[in-house]
Structure formats: structure tokens, C-alpha cells
Design a protein around this ligand. Structure first.
Ligand code: MN
Length: 255
């Protein structure tokens, strides 16, 4: 039995993603890596859990598994089935092809894999490479390796995952630091493409526009715009505590 920390790696781009491979390779010096990833692209499936059909696990190589389900299914089955009795110390999801910033976190399969790890009591990190491809994962992979080294040493606060976004760097340029950030807000315009199919019926395509966001110091978007790696601590209690006073009259007067 090896004393190496057991690390579960997953993603939402699927088992064949070179971002997944870059992450697993970068983490290999730091622990025993087990990959459990969707058997195909599952981006933007959010935190979906498959409950209405059976799931199959396929061992495609030693310590490399696919699941015909979502990123959440992968982490759940990874911890509760594949690694049953051998609890991982970390779940790391990525490296995603594309940003997971601000409100987009709520759609993200990449971040949801880390949410599932967090819900199951395992420290979790999501890593995304900003850009629209072709992707160079060198900086993100190097950073992920150094980050998990620190997290393995110091741990994370309870119920908190780290959402990491790495800017795209040209020709060996280096990041302008690492920023601890809060979730920013995307500017949702009319980012819908409406067209007509060959049979005369309208169809729609969501999200055709480039990244646009509300400027805000301290946000993940701002850090990225400055060329820094963004690290956002996220917890899963979505309660709006600041609204309690305003809402008390609404719920306080029912007979
Ligand atoms: Mn993805």
C-alpha cells in the first residue's frame, strides 16, 4: 500500500480531452492519480446526477475509468464505487477548455465535479484554461501541480472548493501573479443566434458572443483581464444571508 495521497481527477470535456491528460500528468508527481471522466463531452451539464437509467463504468487503462454519465456521476461513482474504501484526499477537475468565470459557474460541469467532491467531504479544485482554442495547458498544469502541493500541505477551509481560471498566454509569457477573487457578473446581452433550418423552421443557438462582464475590482473577470490567475473560493451554501432582514416581514406575519 502506497503512502502517496490518492487524488481523483475528473472533467466535463470527456476522457479524450488533452486538458484532462495535462492535468493528470501534472499531478502525477504529487500523488497516486485515478482518473474517472465522462466517456464523452459533458460541458455545461451543471450538477446533473443521473438517476433514471443505469450507469456503466469502463476501465480503459490502469487507473483510468470512463462513466457514461455526467461529471457529477463520475465523482460520485469514483468516490463511492471505484475508490470505495480508499478515500481520495483531493478531487481535481479539469483542465477545462474554456473559462468558468462569474455566473457561468452555475452551468459548469467542471466546477460541479468539484462541488460533488466537496459535498462528499473531499477537498476539491476546478481548473479552467481560458480561451477558445487551440489550448496551451502548460501554465495551468504547472500551476495546478504547485497549488495542490500547497493544498495537500495546508488543507482547505471546510465546504469550500477552489475555482481556478488561467488566462491564455502567448509564447511563454508568464502570469501577472495569482489573485484571490470573488465571482463576477457576466453581462448577458441578446446572445442568441436565430436562424432557419433547411425545412423552414426556426432554430436557436445560445451564447454566440465573446466574453463580456461587469467591471468590478476583486472579481475573477478583473483578475483575468489583468493577466493574473484567478482563484475563487466557492462554498455551496447559496443562502443570501444579507437578505434576511429585508425578508423577515414577508415571512413573519403568517397566521
Ligand atoms: Mn468543458
Amino acid at each position: 500500500m502506497s503512502a502517496e495521497p490518492l487524488i481523483l481527477v475528473s472533467n466535463d470535456d470527456g476522457i479524450h480531452s488533452d486538458g484532462l491528460r495535462a492535468l493528470a500528468d501534472a499531478l502525477t508527481p504529487h500523488g497516486h492519480i485515478v482518473v474517472v471522466a465522462p466517456d464523452r463531452e459533458q460541458s455545461a451539464v451543471s450538477h446533473a446526477l443521473t438517476l433514471h437509467r443505469p450507469l456503466r463504468i469502463d476501465e480503459v487503462a490502469p487507473d483510468r475509468y470512463t462513466v457514461d454519465g455526467t461529471p457529477t456521476d463520475c465523482v460520485n461513482l469514483g468516490i463511492n464505487a471505484i475508490l470505495r474504501g480508499r478515500r481520495p484526499v483531493l478531487v481535481v477537475s479539469g483542465i477545462n477548455k474554456g473559462a468558468n468565470l462569474g455566473d457561468d459557474v452555475t452551468y459548469s460541469g467542471t466546477v460541479s465535479a468539484a462541488m460533488e467532491g466537496t459535498l462528499l467531504g473531499v477537498s476539491s479544485i476546478a481548473v479552467s484554461q481560458i480561451g477558445r482554442g487551440p489550448y496551451d495547458f502548460t501554465v495551468a498544469a504547472t500551476f495546478a501541480g504547485e497549488l495542490i502541493e500547497r493544498v495537500l500541505r495546508d488543507g482547505l477551509p471546510p465546504d469550500t472548493l477552489l475555482n481556478v481560471n488561467v488566462p491564455a498566454f502567448q509564447d511563454g509569457a508568464r502570469p501577472a501573479g495569482v489573485a484571490l477573487t470573488r465571482m463576477g457578473k457576466r453581462r448577458y446581452g441578446d446572445a442568441i443566434v436565430e436562424k432557419v433550418d433547411p425545412r423552414g423552421r426556426k432554430y436557436y443557438w445560445i451564447g454566440g458572443e465573446e466574453l463580456s462582464f461587469v467591471e468590478g475590482e476583486g472579481t475573477d473577470f478583473h483578475a483575468i483581464s489583468q493577466g493574473a490567475i484567478s482563484v475563487t473560493p466557492i462554498h455551496l451554501d447559496l443562502t443570501n444571508y444579507a437578505s434576511f432582514d429585508a425578508l423577515r416581514p414577508l415571512v413573519g406575519s403568517w397566521s
